[in-house]
Write a protein that binds this ligand. Structure first.
Ligand code: URA
Length: 207
């Protein structure tokens, strides 16, 4: 059986690969790659978009203005940053904080897949549109934020990105309301049913 120490070492090894990664052009402009932070046995994972200037300087996720808001939101629900794993869909800063390109998202995705597999969190909170799109490619964040769905045994809840709430303060109460659901959802996780598989999969399984 794999121990926590072995899993933590595997997670640290992925971080090492990310720091040395040159698979997409984003590596050219980085000061530091930002693999993510938190313990391998975290029950909850938060996934943002990509590092900004402060994160690129420090090599840590959500340490700028958005990070301060994320800390406040975690505090509000009695959680601490060192209990959760915080990651991004792209691990290097897009120049000038532009949106990540599809090719960059696709190239970087296996790192996040491997982090999720190792951490195996009960719940994932996606921060903003890019991480939402991994699980809800057709979803509109204004319509589906705060709606948790169990997918393959894990609860996934999209919420607004903290940066969006900083730009648009009228969104903040909604972001807070969505966060306030997290503790109860974690407690209830065992009673929540998995989403039905897509129709095609159901039909195929008939044959
Ligand atoms: N915004 C993100 O999406 N991720 C960070 O790490 C910081 C800001």
């Amino acid at each position: 059986m794999t121990t926590v120490e072995e899993r933590q070492a595997a997670l640290d090894a992925i971080a090492g690969e990310i720091r040395a990664c040159t698979l997409c052009p984003l590596h050219e402009g980085r000061t530091n790659a930002v693999p993510g932070s938190g313990p391998v046995n975290a029950e909850v994972m938060f996934i943002g978009e990509g590092p900004g200037a402060t994160e690129d300087e420090q090599g840590l996720p959500f340490v700028g203005a958005s990070g301060r808001l994320l800390d406040e939101l975690l505090n509000m629900i009695g959680m601490k940053r060192d209990q959760v794993f915080i990651a991004n869909v792209v691990k290097c800063r897009p120049p000038g904080n532009r949106d990540p390109r599809t090719s960059e998202l696709t190239t970087c995705a296996p790192y996040l897949d491997r982090q999720i597999e190792l951490i195996d969190p009960k719940m994932i909170i996606t921060l903003g549109r890019y991480s939402m799109a991994r699980w809800f490619p057709e979803g509109k964040i204004t319509q589906i934020h705060g709606q948790a769905k169990k997918i393959e045994g894990r609860l996934i809840m999209p919420v607004y990105h903290p940066a969006a709430a900083l730009r648009n303060p009228s969104w903040r109460p909604q972001l807070e309301a969505d966060f306030k659901q997290i503790p109860a959802l974690i407690r209830q996780i065992g009673t929540i049913k998995d989403e039905e598989p897509p129709e095609e999969a159901t039909q195929l399984s008939l044959f």
